[in-house]
Design a protein around this ligand. Structure first.
Ligand code: ATP
Length: 311
């Protein structure tokens, strides 16, 4: 048996969504990008990306959150597969199948997650064995959130979010996500943030001591109080109902609540599993939210779940 015989004909990779526990946004740079300081936290809402050798390049999407995901060349997972093929000098096309459970355009980096998963899956399918640093480099080319979704866990992001550094984070946390009908465009939310700030001077973004202390302690209550997002006011300005969702979650006992990334998903931290169930039930019954999902964090980054082909 040669090593090629051990390569599975298709590879499936599971990848989590993320919430930004803290998102500090600086004034726009000359290239238009906003410098960030953020704490990424991967949560157990997963997409599954399967790549299989095919006659031509293609992508298909299924699952509860498939609405609104492009199935053309703009799909980030397909772009990731093509980029890796180019770098790895691979001529054979793949079909990418995405089972989508991460809300689309929800501020949970679902597209970036699929791109990270496609990189890992194709690297395995084609037996490229690219070094981790090389995968991270390609991930950053595809989008600022993509490198984090490779690693998962809890990490600090700077630059545009693509420069990652480890943080000392203890504990595991119970989350309730309030989903909204329709998404928010990330560029539109940044533009609204700039508009609301006007000429006000904005300091360079840096992690807050409150967040660092909360993560070190593993204390959910402290973390709940430290959650913050500079884009929250802009997301609420574009979608005022989000303010009511936040109020409802806090009223129903959440330890803290924050708009996830550029929204419109709202993340609530609960004391424990039971409190998360209660919160999810209350939010649903209130009619204030379109849909709720529970998850825990931190979750692992993109990882293979396909069983290797029997030798
Ligand atoms: P972020 O938090 O990184 O700003 P988001 O969670 O708000 O992102 P995504 O779910 O990543 O948003 O989707 C943003 C847009 O990207 C979608 O509206 C869609 O048009 C496009 N897109 C391309 N590929 C994908 C994919 N595989 N899954 C979801 N959206 C995709």
């Amino acid at each position: 048996m040669t090593s090629a015989d051990l390569v599975p004909p298709q590879v499936t990779v599971r990848v989590p969504g993320k919430v930004n526990l803290e998102l500090m946004v600086g004034p726009p740079r000359e290239d238009g990008y906003h410098p960030l300081s953020t704490i990424f936290h991967a949560v157990s809402l997963f997409d599954e990306v399967t790549v299989a050798t095919a006659d031509e390049w293609g992508v298909g999407v299924s699952g509860p959150q498939s609405l609104g995901v492009p199935v053309d060349e703009s799909n980030l997972a397909l772009r990731a597969a093509r980029l890796l093929a180019e770098v790895g000098h691979v001529a054979e096309p793949v079909h990418v199948s995405i089972r989508k459970d991460i809300p689309v355009a929800g501020g949970m980096a679902g597209g970036s997650a699929d791109a990270a998963a496609a990189l890992v899956a194709c690297d395995r399918l084609w037996s490229l064995g690219l070094p981790r640093t090389e995968l991270e480099h390609l991930a950053a080319e595809l989008g600022s959130d993509v490198p984090f979704l490779l690693s998962g866990g809890t990490a600090m992001g700077s630059g545009r979010g693509e420069v990652l550094a480890p943080v000392l984070a203890r504990g595991s946390y119970h989350w309730v996500f309030a989903l909204s009908e329709g998404g928010l465009s990330t560029p539109a939310v940044y533009a609204e943030c700039d508009r609301l700030r006007g000429d006000r001077p904005v300091p360079p973004p840096s992690p807050s001591p409150e967040m660092m202390t909360a993560l070190r302690s593993g204390d959910a209550r402290a973390l709940g109080e430290a959650l913050s997002n500079d884009l929250q006011a802009a997301a609420i300005s574009l979608m005022p109902a989000l303010g009511e969702v936040l109020d409802a979650g806090l009223e129903f006992g959440a330890l803290g609540g924050v708009v996830s990334g550029s929204g419109p998903t709202v993340a609530f931290l609960a004391e424990d599993n039971e409190a998360a169930i209660d919160l999810a039930v209350s939010l649903t019954a209130s009619g204030a939210v379109q849909d709720v999902r529970r998850a825990t964090g931190p979750a692992h980054g993109a990882h293979e779940i396909s069983a290797p082909r029997p030798g």
